[in-house]
Design a protein around this ligand. Structure first.
Ligand code: TRP
Ligand code: SF4
Length: 324
C-alpha cells in the first residue's frame, strides 16, 4: 500500500508567497508519490477566533489557493475538517489518554496564552489532541509541516505510543516531513513572512499590486543614496531573488555591490519574476473563482471519501476501548 500523507492548514485568509513557496508546493509534489489527504482545519481555526463571520469566506479562499496551485482532487482527498465529524469523536477518546501536563507544556499553547489572555479556551489546550485525531483517523505515516508544528507532532507520537501500549498496536507513529524550502522572511526583513505581521505578499494579488507591495520592502539600510554600494547579503529583496530569480543572483549581487543597480530597479525585477512564477496559478485561480459550485462539490466529495476511512478507524478504536 502507498504510504499515506496527511496535512492541514487553518483557514486564516488568503495565502502568501511564503505559504506558496513552502507548504503548498510541497503538498502538490507529494501527490506524485504518496496517497495524500489534505484538510482545511476549520475547527482548529475556532480556537483563535472570536468573530467567526469570515470563516466561510476564508475556507473558500484557501480551497481556491490549494486547487489552483495543483492539489488534484482526482489524486488526493481534499476536505474541510468539520465535514468529517468523526474527528471530533476520536478527539474526545484521545483526550482521555492524554495527560493534561503534556498539553500545558506545549510551546504554542504557552504562546497563545500570551497573545490572547482573554480567550484561553479549552479548545486551545486540546489543539494538539485534535491534530493527532486528524492524522491518525487516516493512519497517516507522513505529515508535511513547517518547523513551528514539530512540538505538536512530537505530542502526536506520544499519544499514539500511549494508545498503542494501553490498547494494543493500532496506529503508526507519524513522522514529520519538514519542508525543504528555507524560511521566507517578510517584507520587513526581520520576521518570518506572516499575514498576522502584515509583512506578506498575497499570492492572489494582481501583478500591479505585487509590484506595489514589493516596493514597500526594506532593503540594505546602509544604501541611502542610489550611488551607495549595497550589501546584498543583508538585504531581504536579495534573499527573495534566490527563490524567485535563482538564475540571476550572482549578477545582482555584483551589480548591487558596485551600485550598478538601484533598489527600485532590483525590486521591480523581483516583482516581475514573482509575477511570472505565479502567472499560471493566478489564471487557474481566476477560472476556479467563477465556479464556486465546482469547488463546493470537490470539498463535499472529499469529505465523503474521508468519512469512509474515518468510520472504519473509529469502529476499531471503539472496539479496542470496549465501547462496543
Ligand atoms: N496546526 C496546523 C497549523 O497551524 C494545522 C493542522 C491542523 C495540521 N491539523 C493538522 C497540520 C494535521 C498537520 C496535520 O498549521
Ligand atoms: Fe537589496 Fe537589490 Fe537594493 Fe542591493 S540593489 S540593496 S540587493 S534591493
Amino acid at each position: 500500500m502507498t504510504t499515506r500523507v496527511f496535512s492541514g492548514a487553518r483557514p486564516t485568509g488568503r495565502q502568501h508567497i511564503g505559504n506558496y513557496a513552502g507548504a503548498i508546493q510541497n503538498y502538490v509534489k507529494l501527490q506524485a508519490e504518496y496517497d495524500c489527504i489534505y484538510c482545511i482545519a476549520d475547527v482548529h481555526a475556532l480556537t483563535t477566533l472570536e468573530d467567526t463571520s469570515k470563516l466561510p469566506e476564508n475556507i473558500y479562499e484557501l480551497a481556491l489557493d490549494w486547487l489552483a496551485a495543483g492539489i488534484d482532487p482526482e489524486k488526493s482527498i481534499f476536505f474541510v475538517q468539520s465535514h468529517v465529524p468523526e474527528v471530533l469523536e476520536l478527539h474526545t477518546y484521545l483526550s482521555t489518554v492524554t495527560p493534561l501536563s503534556w498539553l500545558l507544556r506545549v510551546p504554542t499553547f504557552k504562546e497563545k496564552v500570551k497573545i490572547q489572555p482573554h480567550n484561553v479556551n479549552y479548545g486551545l489546550v486540546g489543539y494538539p489532541v485534535l491534530m493527532t485525531a486528524d492524522i491518525i483517523l487516516y493512519k497517516a505515516e507522513v505529515v508535511p509541516v513547517g518547523e513551528d508544528q514539530l512540538p505538536h507532532l512530537e505530542l502526536t507520537r506520544e499519544i499514539v505510543r500511549r494508545f498503542n501500549s494501553v490498547f494494543s498496536p493500532t496506529f503508526p507513529e507519524p513522522e514529520a516531513k519538514l519542508t525543504t524550502f528555507p524560511l521566507i522572511v517578510g517584507l520587513d526583513g526581520k520576521e518570518k513572512m506572516s499575514k498576522q505581521l502584515g509583512n506578506d505578499i498575497e499570492i492572489a494579488l494582481s501583478p500591479e499590486e505585487t509590484i506595489a507591495r514589493v516596493m514597500t520592502a526594506t532593503t540594505d539600510p546602509a544604501r541611502r543614496y542610489r550611488n551607495d554600494p549595497g550589501h546584498p547579503e543583508v538585504c531581504n529583496i536579495y534573499r527573495l531573488h534566490h527563490y524567485f530569480n535563482p538564475g540571476q543572483t550572482n549578477t545582482i549581487a555584483e551589480q548591487c555591490h558596485t551600485a550598478k543597480i538601484g533598489c527600485v530597479e532590483c525590486k521591480r525585477l523581483l516583482a516581475e519574476k514573482i509575477n511570472a512564477m505565479l502567472a499560471l496559478f493566478r489564471e487557474r485561480r481566476a477560472a476556479l473563482a467563477t465556479k464556486p459550485k465546482y469547488v463546493a462539490d470537490v470539498l463535499t466529495e472529499g469529505a465523503e471519501r474521508a468519512r469512509v476511512i474515518a468510520r472504519k478507524t473509529l469502529g476499531e478504536v471503539k472496539l479496542k476501548m470496549k465501547l462496543i
